[in-house]
Design a protein around this ligand. Sequence first.
Ligand SMILES: Cc1cc2nc3c(=O)[nH]c(=O)nc-3n(C[C@H](O)[C@H](O)[C@H](O)COP(=O)(O)O)c2cc1C
Length: 207
Amino acid sequence: VNMQTEDHVPYVKDDQQKSCGKMQVLVGVTGSVAALKLPLLVSQLRLLPGVEVKVVTTEHAKHFYNPEEVSVEIYSDKDEWELWKKRSDPVLHIELRRWADLFVIAPLDANTLGKIASGICDNLLTCVVRAWDTSRPLLFCPAMNTAMWQHPITAQQISRLKEFGYVEIPCIAKKLVCGDEGKGAMAEVSTIVSVVKQHLQEPVKSS
Ligand SMILES: Cc1cc2nc3c(=O)[nH]c(=O)nc-3n(C[C@H](O)[C@H](O)[C@H](O)COP(=O)(O)O)c2cc1C
């Protein structure tokens, strides 16, 4: 990756860039079937005025969407390690946390939920979370099978994330892709987009 080219946005985001009214939204995607909706989510977010989008993906999430249907840059673990060769090179997860005004993780699967709740950062996405400036909004959209959802650890981990100041976009009940019916499905894309919009309109707190 070369983040220095025109549309790769510079490493350091300064206040000047902020004042031009552009809002930079980072979408995190993890290995839930709801990752199928990534292309739709990205295209809907890009319809918001002044919004620029980038994606950070886990390896398992890649199984569910076609990158050709996603019209923005998608970063994954390989990029993180390829970008850094020597001391002066940028560290991708730090560049991304600087770049983003808002981080929305949609879907957030059970595995990554557990990792975030306990501070584990073993891939690009969880490193961005671990390095996140908590004065900026971090929204998360859980998505998992009903049985996973009902496990008592889910509620504990979700409350932990809320204690960190992250915002839950709650899952909904519906017939899941696996055939089970009940709570655990990711919120509708339209809901996610409207919550993102709401948080972008709030004044950005300085870090
Ligand atoms: C077809 C399929 C669908 C899956 N859907 C979900 C899901 O909706 N929610 C979830 O929490 N895990 C789901 N998983 C399990 C995760 O992919 C698995 O826990 C994986 O390790 C997650 O890795 P990641 O968090 O790094 O993306 C699914 C797995 C498969 C094979």
